[in-house]
Design a protein around this ligand. Structure first.
Ligand code: ADP
Ligand code: MG
Length: 236
């Protein structure tokens, strides 16, 4: 499946009304992403990156255009089916971690698996395995307040990966982290693309993360300015 299109979006448009004026945040955006690749979206604050992610992942309906995700025409579906699609196929990682303060690392992951109707025993096994895979084996019983930013983001990644999504959306996942933790996080996302054949779409400001991208897309003012694939076939 590597090299196959995971998401194909055409002519996306979105505007917000502020008082009497209207701000167009996405302007005829065409976007696609492939399985097995890390697609990085870069661009200044306010350029529409988060809005694009929201339109691609079923979080926010665009005013215009269509999104074909895993072969399904996303915005043609009923609301409940879109929510189900997101639950079944999409993993999310945000800048602010979005963990539940009262739950420990194991419980954060188990809770998602419960929503996905994975039986309890199986959920426990999978939660432990995925937390080990992000290097948190010894820390599974800690709550967010007892973890560093990097550890919290690794819990969020484990939670996203636990349901084995084919689409992973990360919106500025390293912005709140020191550079070493940021590298760990981007490596894990890169591994998810390669080992699990997921399409990993990462919004970032951080040029150091470019080393892990297969493709870099620059956005500005609601438009895609440039889009290039990075050929790493000549590298070790
Ligand atoms: P980025 O992620 O690139 O920083 P966003 O997609 O978050 O950009 O936002 C693009 C523009 O749309 C910004 O000017 C922002 O203020 C505006 N915007 C985003 N969400 C809303 C909203 N719910 N209501 C009004 N304006 C919004
Ligand atoms: Mg944003």
């Amino acid at each position: 499946m590597t090299g196959q299109i995971a998401i194909d979006a055409k002519n996306l448009g979105k505007s917000y009304k502020i008082g009497k004026s209207k701000q167009q945040v996405l302007k005829n955006v065409d976007f696609n992403a492939y399985h097995g690749q890390v697609t990085m979206i870069m661009g200044p604050s306010g350029s529409g990156k988060s809005t694009l992610i929201a339109a691609l992942s079923g979080l926010m309906k665009p005013d215009e255009g269509e999104v074909v995700a895993l072969g399904e025409n996303l915005w043609k579906k009923k609301r409940g089916k879109i929510d189900r699609f997101r639950l079944d196929h999409c993993g999310f990682i945000f800048q602010g971690f979005n963990l539940f303060p009262a739950l420990n690392a194991m419980q954060q992951v188990e809770q998602v698996l419960k929503y996905c109707k994975v039986p309890h025993g199986e959920a426990k096994k999978r939660a432990r395995a995925v937390l080990e895979s992000v290097g948190l084996g010894p820390r599974v019983s800690l709550r967010p307040s007892e973890m560093s930013g990097g550890e919290k983001q690794r819990v969020a990644i484990a939670r996203a990966l636990s349901k084995e999504p084919k689409l992973i959306f990360a919106d500025e996942p390293t912005s709140a982290l020191d550079s070493v933790s940021g590298q760990v996080v981007i490596k894990l996302l890169h591994d998810a693309a390669k080992a699990r054949n997921a399409a990993v779409i990462v919004v970032t400001h951080d040029p150091r993360l470019e080393a892990y991208a297969d493709r870099i897309i620059h956005m500005e003012d609601g438009k895609i300015l440039s889009d290039h694939m990075i050929d790493r076939s000549s590298q070790a």
